[in-house]
Design a protein around this ligand. Structure first.
Ligand code: 13P
Length: 264
């Protein structure tokens, strides 16, 4: 039974930093050096994940090895190889030591036309090589205003996860990121986040059965040290996918610390 300390109840807590298209090689190295120092001085039970841009993934893996940081990619292609100029496959990511991969981020849906079906194929590709997919879902502002947010998120989940091998569910992480909260300074209230996370959990039970209770559901969207405690306290909120605040090592480490602390 949840008693406010979710990681003591068997559920992993994950704090992941999505660095998007920010930082060059020196900036990535500096950020990782500071995060490694922070995690060394305050070891954490939280699964800490960082997602730098593609060119820096190999370096990030080398710098993070044995330091309690996991390295994620921000995207992958659904095919293992082929004539797809500019793309990067799941086996390529595996070969440089990547453990997690974000798929279906709203920016990829919005700017690169990524569909739920394509997201599903990427999840299959990642599962084949044993990389943890971090499946993003979330509604646009108009969809929430029109009361369609639950339907939108249900469709995203069902389409991307339909027909997956059941072992996929044991590995997959969900990230609920309301699009209107990303990079805007607006956050879902703790109540809105928990309400949607509980809904996602109930949809995951339909898709994955009882295993859904082991699937971490992260919140993303202007999550910062000053609002993290309230949001992360929700019983179905199992961590955060952090954008802007993950670029500042002190802020990111503070969110990790908050996620590791007993919740009120
Ligand atoms: P912000 O934390 O900057 O709102 O970004 C959230 C996000 O998109 C993480 O994937």
């Amino acid at each position: 039974m949840y008693d406010g300390v979710k990681h003591l109840c068997g559920m992993r807590t994950i704090i992941a930093g999505n660095w998007k298209m920010h930082k060059d090689k020196a900036g990535v190295a500096d950020l990782i050096t500071r995060l490694v120092a922070g995690v060394r001085s305050s070891p954490t039970r939280v699964e800490v994940v960082i997602a730098p841009a593609f060119p820096f993934l190999g370096m990030a893996v080398s710098m993070s090895f044995g330091e309690g940081l996991h390295v994620a990619a921000q995207n992958c292609h659904e095919e293992p190889d082929g004539a797809f100029t500019g793309e990067v496959s799941a086996p390529m990511l595996k070969s440089v030591g990547i453990s997690h991969c974000i798929v279906g981020h709203s920016e990829r849906r919005q700017f690169f036309g990524e569909t739920d079906e394509a997201v599903g194929r990427k999840i299959t590709a990642l599962d084949r090589v044993g990389i943890t997919p971090v499946l993003c879902c979330g509604e646009q502002r108009e969809e929430r205003e029109n009361g369609r947010h639950f339907d939108v998120v249900a469709t995203q989940l069902h389409t991307a996860l339909a027909g997956q091998d059941p072992k996929v569910f044991a590995r997959t992480v969900i990230a609920y990121e309301p699009v209107w909260a990303i990079g805007t300074g607006l956050t879902a209230s703790a109540g809105q986040a928990q309400e949607m996370h509980a809904f996602i959990r109930s949809e995951l039970v339909k898709i994955a059965g009882e295993g859904a209770h082991e699937m971490p559901i992260l919140y993303g969207g202007s999550c910062k040290p000053d609002n993290a405690a309230e949001i992360l306290a929700g019983p179905d909120v199992n961590g955060g996918l952090i954008g802007g605040a993950s670029l500042d090592p002190a802020s990111f480490l503070e969110i990790v610390r908050i996620a590791d602390a007993p919740m009120p």
